[in-house]
Structures are given as C-alpha cells and as structure tokens.
Design a protein around this ligand. Structure first.
Ligand code: PMP
Length: 302
C-alpha cells in the first residue's frame, strides 16, 4: 500500500502534496492547454491510443508541442497507473502551455507542462443507472465550431461549466446543449443518443459536439450488434418523443435519461437497447486498450 498518491509532473513522479504548479502557468492564467480524461478497467487503459490521438490533435490545433512522443506518453501513463498500484482508475492528462509572464502571448512560455494524475475511481451510484438522469436544455449555446471548436479538448471549459451551472440551478442532473441553430449537440461532458422505432440517432459532431471516445465505441457496438445507427441532426422535440435517450462519456459510460425538460421519456425507465449497449460496453472495456500489468497479475487482483 502506498502512503501517498504519486503524480507525474514535469518529468518526474512527485507526491500528491508536492504536486503544485506556478501561478504563472498559462494553463492556470488563461486555460491555455489541453487535457484528456481516461478510464482504466481491470488494469486496462481503455482505448488509450484514441485518447492520445485526440490529445495530440488538440495540441496541434493550438500549436502546443507535447514534449514526448506518443510511445513515451503511453509509457508515462502506464507507469502512473502502475506506480499507484491501480486496477480501476480515472486518469487525467493535462498539457499546459507552461510558465510564462502575465501577458496572454504564449511565446513567453518556454516549456509546456505535462501532468498525469491517476486515482481510484468514484463510481456513479448504481441507482442512477436504474433510475436514469433528469436532463434540461439550457439557454447557453454550444461554442460555435468556427469560434472555438468543441473538438479541441482544451483547458478552457467555461462553456461547459456555464451549462452545468444552469443545470444545477434548474435542479436537473445534466444539461442539454443546443447549437446556435437550436439543434441538439451534447451534454456538459457527454454525448447524446436517442432511439426511435428501433433506430439509434446521434448528432453529427460538426453540429458542435466533441467526438467522444465512448460515443465512437457505442456507434461501433450498435452496428456490430445489428442496430441501425444514423448520425443525423435532431431537435429537442425529437428528444421528447424518443423511445429511449442515453448519454455516453468516459466517466458516466452509458447512462439512460428518463426525463428531458420535464417530459418523461416513454415509461421513464432505462430502455432495452440502452441496457443492451451498456452491457456490451462493459464487456468491451476490459479488453480494448493497453494492459498495464502482466495478464496473470491483473487477473489475480480482480
Ligand atoms: N462531450 C464533452 C464536452 C466532454 O467533455 C466529454 C468528456 N470527454 C464527452 C463529450 C464524452 O467524450 P468521451 O467519451 O471521450 O469521454
């Protein structure tokens, strides 16, 4: 048993209590940086390659050079899981512009800062999956892709935080974000799917949704399990009259929605396709990814 959680910070592992960054870091001053949230299931880092691809693409888009190769970054993440002796965990990878002066110009920052935190996962309560989430659409619109692309998973999450605040104020579990044209995009930190007459729909990402790793896994699982799935724009009305609605994300996995803007979804219970896809997803997560420990070792602990 470790006496302290170890965090990878700027090239070395340090104790959690000592993992501090400068107040001049532009990630802190301006939200200038990128991040990823990743899950570990039974010692397996789920779809690490896909998460790292998204991280490097986000960084490329904001002209931030991650000071490690993909292979090195993979090793750092696996090592962070191992050093903390974790089997099931949540990993946060942060790459900030680094320390600079008070001006916003990134050219004052000489070295990007890389942080990897891996910690024990606090699971969402089982009751939430049985009951389903209450969701409410909010006044704040999703960032327009031509202003700040939702595909850049940047440290600037104010758009999402503002909608979460609205959801909290409205007393619902999660917010539903519309784009500037009123089409449904996504939740504050999750993608949305609806099902009508056996067909599954999710908004195309160009409308203003992050291309979620879980979203993509669910699209694949739905198709391999014989469901018809369409990436197609839809409105709040389509959500209200859907047979099933669910959200997907690294943290929440696949979770049913039982109410949207006070309209009950069908009979108000998680539907059969949602439940089927959640079960399929939970089967997938322990196999599809990067194994942190030799197979025998991880099996012994699970
Ligand atoms: N949309 C937003 C805005 C998010 O922050 C997240 C969480 N990363 C998602 C969707 C879901 O993406 P993923 O399945 O990759 O976690």
């Amino acid at each position: 048993m470790l006496d302290s959680q170890m965090i990878f910070l700027s090239g070395k592992f340090v104790k959690k209590e000592e993992a501090v960054v400068s107040v001049y870091d532009h990630g802190f001053l301006y939200g200038d940086g990128v991040f990823e949230g990743i899950r570990v299931y039974s010692g397996n880092v789920f779809r690490l390659e896909n998460h790292l691809k998204r991280l490097y693409e986000s960084a490329h888009s904001i002209m931030l050079t991650i000071p490690y190769t993909l292979e090195e970054m993979t090793q750092i993440i696996v090592e962070t899981v191992r050093i903390n002796e974790l089997q099931s965990a949540y990993i946060r990878v942060v790459v900030s512009r680094g320390q600079g002066n008070l001006g916003l110009d990134p050219s004052s920052c000489s070295m990007p800062r890389v942080i990897v935190i891996a910690e024990e996962l606090t699971l969402y309560p089982k009751e939430l999956y049985e009951r389903g989430l209450k969701v409410g659409s909010v006044a704040t619109r999703r960032n327009r892709p031509d202003v700040l692309s939702p595909q850049i998973k940047s440290l600037n999450y104010l758009n999402n935080i503002l909608v979460k605040l609205e959801a909290n104020q409205a007393g619902v579990d999660e917010a539903l974000m519309l784009n500037d044209q009123g089409y449904v995009t996504e939740g504050s930190a999750d993608n949305i799917f609806i099902i009508k007459n056996g067909i599954i729909y999710t908004p195309p990402v160009y409308l203003g949704a992050l291309e979620g790793i879980t979203r993509n896994a669910i699209i694949e699982l739905a198709r391999t399990n014989g469901y018809e799935l369409k990436e197609q724009p839809f409105t709040r009305h389509d959500v209200y009259i859907a047979d099933e609605v669910f959200l997907t994300g690294t943290a929440v996995e696949v979770i049913a929605v039982n109410e949207v803007d006070t309209r009950q979804i069908k009979d108000g219970k998680p539907g059969p396709i949602t439940t089927h896809l959640l079960n399929e997803f939970r089967k997938l997560v322990t196999t599809d990814g990067v194994q942190c420990y030799p197979v025998s070792e991880s099996k012994a602990v699970v």
